[in-house]
Write a protein that binds this ligand. Structure first.
Ligand code: UD1
Ligand code: CA
Length: 461
């Protein structure tokens, strides 16, 4: 039977100095607890119990109820108290229990599988995953006697000699469910006013149970986050892991140390990522794309051969094959840019479809519009989609030419092949093949400068 996983995530996280609970702080755009839950699911638990304290609702809103059972630790009285709070949700289960910390987000399913294998092979009642930390920071130290684990001592309680030990507790344990009854025997650590789960090791050994410490993984997988500085360290580890994986898959980085790429993003072969690019959420980027510097792409889908020029923001949008967007462009949610289309400098697009081969190269706002194929949108075009209360739709059909500085007051439709003269305000539909011009005819007043000139000179005297 697969183990049941319990994730301890009820701690106050005071060392973060934050109004946000520690496990909801984000690592590469995803809350710490969500990283741990995802690792537990990928590892394959029979049940996943998350222990929460205050701010329970905020965590539930993020994680949802899918495959998660929640337990509440009313009083934050330590890691043993947190585990005790999970016991009602475990009732009737007889098997191995995997215990994870909500603040150890770099753990991988592969590492957990290795741990389970060792725990089973060595027929242990209780196993602790340990790693070598240099320096050992404030992790609990593993005290071995004749090579075997005897107990875990917390940094605060460690003697100067014990503090020298580099083998530390990852906070990840596997134990038979029957071992959990020993939680009752853990006494209060008076110095900290908490019940330490780590004490269970010495208690189990005293009862004649078999405990093992398995040195697996490294700090890059097991680092715990208590402070903002540790969050930053974990970010560096995760960023390195993500970019190394992507390079392995054929992605080029001009400077991998300056990019931020979500662990859920996918990037195709021969795509080149320039410095200071942020790729967030479940973004998918195709093959042979180029993403120039200072761009942020969130929850979007880019097909093959797309070019994103410098300083462009793309949110929840889709860009089809061979299209180019930017520099300094903004695709707001719900935009679809067609094949080989071009969106240029200072162009904002919202909830609109731009057809294949169409261009909006300069200083334009397109909102709630459907634009056909091979349309040319001149510089400074604006779809006036909002009357202060409601949003209206603009439709521009295939092969239309919109002259510069045009306002299209929606709802409005421009038929196929039609032209709109520069500087027009279009308030009525334009039929196919027509030319629409709405500006006032130009009037030249001859000699106006000479007539005006003496007056101005007089004023100046
Ligand atoms: C703990 C271990 C330490 C280990 C380290 C690994 C103890 C006593 N110490 O220390 O040996 O090296 O993790 O990172 O267990 N939590 C609760 N309820 C509480 C207190 C904590 O749910 O009342 C949760 C926290 O949200 C956190 C986890 O338990 O996810 C660990 O607690 P934390 O206070 O961070 O323990 P550390 O001091 O890091
Ligand atoms: Ca911790």
């Amino acid at each position: 039977m697969k183990p049941t996983t319990i994730i301890l995530a009820a701690g106050a996280g005071t060392r973060m100095k934050s109004s946000v609970p520690k496990v909801l702080h984000k690592l590469m755009g995803k809350p710490l607890i969500a990283h741990v839950v995802d690792a537990a699911h990928a590892f394959g638990s029979s049940k996943c119990i998350v222990v929460l304290g205050k701010h329970t609702q905020a965590a539930k809103d993020i994680l949802g109820t899918n495959q998660i059972t929640y337990a509440l630790q009313e009083k934050q009285d330590g890691t043993a108290g947190a585990l005790r709070a999970a016991l009602p949700a475990l009732r009737g289960f007889n098997g191995d229990v995997l215990i994870l910390s909500g603040d150890t987000p770099l753990v991988t399913p592969e590492l957990l599988k290795k741990f389970l294998k060792q725990h089973k092979q060595n027929k242990k009642d209780l196993s602790v995953m340990t790693f070598n930390a240099e320096p050992p920071h404030a992790y609990g130290r593993i005290i071995r006697e004749s090579g075997k684990i005897a107990r875990i001592v917390e940094d605060k309680d460690a003697s100067p000699e014990e503090k020298q030990i580099n083998e530390v507790n990852s906070g990840i344990y596997l134990m038979k469910s029957s071992v959990l009854k020993l939680l009752r025997n853990i006494s209060l650590n008076k110095a900290k006013g908490e019940y330490y789960l780590t004490d269970i090791v010495a208690i189990a050994l005293k009862k004649g149970l078999k405990a093992g410490a398995h040195m697996l993984g490294s700090e890059t997988e097991l680092t715990g986050i208590n402070t903002r500085a540790e969050l930053q360290r974990a970010t560096l580890f995760m960023r390195y892991r993500i970019t190394a994986d992507l390079m392995q898959q054929g992605v080029t980085f001009i400077d991998a140390s300056s990019v931020f790429i979500s662990s859920e993003a996918k990037i195709g072969q021969d795509t080149i990522i320039y410095p200071n690019v942020h790729i967030e959420g479940k973004t998918i980027i195709g093959k042979g794309c180029t993403i120039y510097p200072n761009s942020r792409i969130a929850d979007s889908r880019l097909a093959d051969g797309v070019i994103i020029k410098d300083s462009t923001l793309i949110e929840s949008s889709e860009i089809k094959q061979g299209a180019a967007v930017g520099p300094f462009a903004h695709l707001r949610p719900g935009s679809v840019i067609g094949e080989s289309a071009k969106i240029g400098n200072f162009v904002e697009i919202k909830k609109s479809v731009v057809g294949k081969g169409s261009k909006a190269s300069h200083l334009t706002y397109i909102g709630d519009a459907v634009i056909g194929k091979d349309v040319n949108i001149g510089a400074g075009t604006i779809t006036c989609n909002y009357d202060g209360k409601n949003k209206f739709r603009t439709e521009i059909q295939d092969n239309v030419f919109i002259g510069s500085d045009t306002q299209l007051v929606a709802p409005v439709k421009v038929g196929r092949r039609a032209y709109v003269g520069a500087g027009s305000t279009i308030t009525h539909d334009v039929p196919a093949d027509a030319l629409a011009v709405s500006r006032t005819p130009q009037k030249n007043i001859s000699g106006w400068v000479k007539k005006r000139a003496p007056k101005t000179e007089k004023k100046g005297k």
